[in-house]
Design a protein around this ligand. Structure first.
Ligand code: PAF
Length: 281
């Protein structure tokens, strides 16, 4: 497994592979890898000749009061997990490689970032769009894999790929859950034992919504009220949003008469957790 720390080394590596007619699959991450990331690597491995992983905690996607400085990291463990998953190169740049002095460019999308997490994290998706654009230009992959847990991010990357004419196939990876239902996330590491129990309020809400909708409830407001009541029974929870929306545009849906995306963001203590499910009536 090659480890590349500079932009030019990574580009050189990819150009070399392309000259050899090798295809490249890319899994971008911020590190502190867990089973969710491993499933993305496993999904990507058979799709191309080469599998590239990037580890970069991207400062432009964190707001001022967010967890950039405390974001968990364990590079040694990440590299060993990557190797076991069959990664052929890891791109491990420092901040200066990605954002050198006097860096000026921003990327913004008009509509998708206005919904869900974008309402609470106003600069987040601009930062994601920017770093992913840069990573695409540096790694030059044929396929790139993003987890569905960050559903809004996935939609934004799909749109950006289309709008900016990247010749890259975007593949979605399933949400990977702990045995009890909690969606895997690097941020789960912040939870105390009691908070870990309250974190189950998210997956339990998704299950309750599925049950109500399958039984025939069509009004999103009615389902939302029940989810709010459920989440409030768990200590230390604070609901940021519960949204039923159009899975493509992310616009609110009032009447559930076709597939909807149910997306949730709940703070458990200081830790912000998200989860989602596509639900068919
Ligand atoms: O999903 C993530 O881990 C990050 O948002 C990404 C796509 C690696 C960009 O920094």
């Amino acid at each position: 497994m090659d480890i590349l720390k500079t932009k030019s080394d990574m580009q050189e590596w990819s150009k070399n592979k392309k000259n050899q007619k090798k295809t490249i699959c890319f899994v971008p991450t911020m590190g502190y890898l867990h089973q969710g990331h491993i499933s993305l690597m496993e999904k990507g491995k058979p799709l191309c000749d080469e599998l590239v992983l990037s580890i970069f905690v991207n400062p432009t996607q964190f707001g001022e009061n967010e967890d950039l400085d405390s974001y968990p990291s364990n590079i040694k463990n990440d590299l060993s997990l990557a190797k076991n998953a069959g990664v052929t190169a890891v791109f491990l740049p420092n901040k200066n490689q990605i954002y050198p002095e006097n860096f000026q460019t921003e990327i913004s999308l008009q509509s998708l970032p206005k919904f869900l997490c974008g309402k609470f994290r106003p600069i987040h998706f601009g930062g994601v769009a920017l770093v992913v654009t840069k990573l695409f230009n540096i790694v030059m992959p044929d396929v790139a894999i993003f987890g569905q847990k960050d559903y809004q991010q996935l939609q934004i990357i799909r749109q950006l790929t289309l709008d900016l004419d990247f010749d890259i196939q975007i593949v979605a990876g399933d949400i990977i859950r702990e045995k009890d239902g909690l969606a895997m996330s690097s941020r789960n590491a912040y939870l105390s034992k009691s908070q870990r129990a309250s974190a189950l309020s998210l997956s339990k809400s998704l299950n309750l919504a599925k049950e109500l909708i399958t039984k025939g409830e069509k009004k999103s407001k009615a389902v939302k009220n029940q989810l709010e009541s459920l989440i409030c029974t768990f200590p230390e929870t604070h609901i940021e949003y519960i949204c039923f929306c159009n899975p493509k545009t992310l616009e609110d849906v009032d009447i559930i008469d076709r597939q909807v995306l149910l997306a949730l963001a709940v703070k458990v203590g200081k830790t912000r957790l998200i989860d989602n499910a596509l639900i068919d009536p």
